[in-house]
Design a protein around this ligand. Structure first.
Ligand SMILES: CC(C)(COP(=O)(O)OP(=O)(O)OC[C@H]1O[C@@H](n2cnc3c(N)ncnc32)[C@H](O)[C@@H]1OP(=O)(O)O)[C@@H](O)C(=O)NCCC(=O)NCCS
Length: 207
């Protein structure tokens, strides 16, 4: 059986509130891989009390219209009236910095909280990701240490995150250009090195 390992192999991604048991189990396994094994922030489990009332969000890679695997996750919870927090953002290695999955998870996390009356949305962001969040319209508040690792308390600019009222449907994120059907633009697909603008143009046509 072929194991699909890279974004190129998937037609699109679904970013949604987790509702099925397998989605939640897969998200927990991904969190364990990233926060325990890869980053060493926890020993054998990163689960905590927040998981008992947090909403899990997943990014699912689809193949030929079928859900294939969970490749990203984040969780949100209401901290106090109107104040929400996001945490445990993780994208599977091999799917990072390529597909916009992390940005889409953040978009649904903040947008769905916004749809529930959120007035402030915070996250303790690992310092190496501060620029990513700033580019996504978050403001840095103050530095702090979490589990002996440098973090930054950051707050989302809610005006940049329109309310999402259908979080179980979530968003669809188009897959990479490499899987566009050949009949759409055979000449462009056969170019050994299509430029970014050519790729964007084809992506637009494919939608
Ligand atoms: C941080 C993480 C979730 C980002 O997910 P991702 O899917 O790679 O991010 P995206 O592809 O959506 O990136 C969105 C944009 O930010 C950029 N970006 C991604 N990570 C970045 C970083 N650490 N610093 C600066 N820019 C970054 C991407 O290049 C992309 O730019 P573009 O829109 O110009 O193409 C992922 O790298 C990850 O899981 N890391 C390990 C766990 C972790 O650090 N969790 C976060 C705890 S706060």
């Amino acid at each position: 059986m072929t194991v699909l390992q890279f974004p190129e192999h998937h037609s699109d991604f679904t970013i949604k509130w987790a509702s099925l048991e397998w989605e939640i189990r897969a998200a927990q396994a991904l969190r364990r891989d990233v926060f325990c094994h890869e980053q060493g922030l926890f020993d054998s489990s990163d689960q905590d009390d927040i998981d008992t009332h947090a909403q899990c969000i997943v990014a699912i890679a689809n193949h030929g219209g079928w859900p294939d695997q969970v490749v990203g996750t984040v969780r949100i919870h209401q901290y106090s009236a109107g104040v929400w927090w996001g945490s445990r953002l993780a994208v599977k290695e091999g799917f990072r910095h390529r597909s916009g999955i992390g940005a889409a998870l953040i978009r649904l996390a903040v947008g769905s909280a916004n749809g529930l009356g959120c007035t402030q949305f915070f996250a303790q962001v690992q310092q190496q990701n501060e620029t990513l969040f700033q580019r996504l319209h978050w403001h840095s508040r103050y530095p702090l240490q979490v589990r002996n690792h440098p973090h930054v308390m950051m707050e989302a600019d809610l005006a940049r995150y329109p309310a999402c009222h259908t979080p179980y449907h979530g968003y669809a994120l188009k897959g990479p250009l490499a899987i566009a059907p050949e009949e759409i633009a055979p000449c462009l697909l056969h170019l050994p090195q299509a430029t970014t603008s050519q790729r964007n143009a084809l992506h637009h046509v494919a939608q």
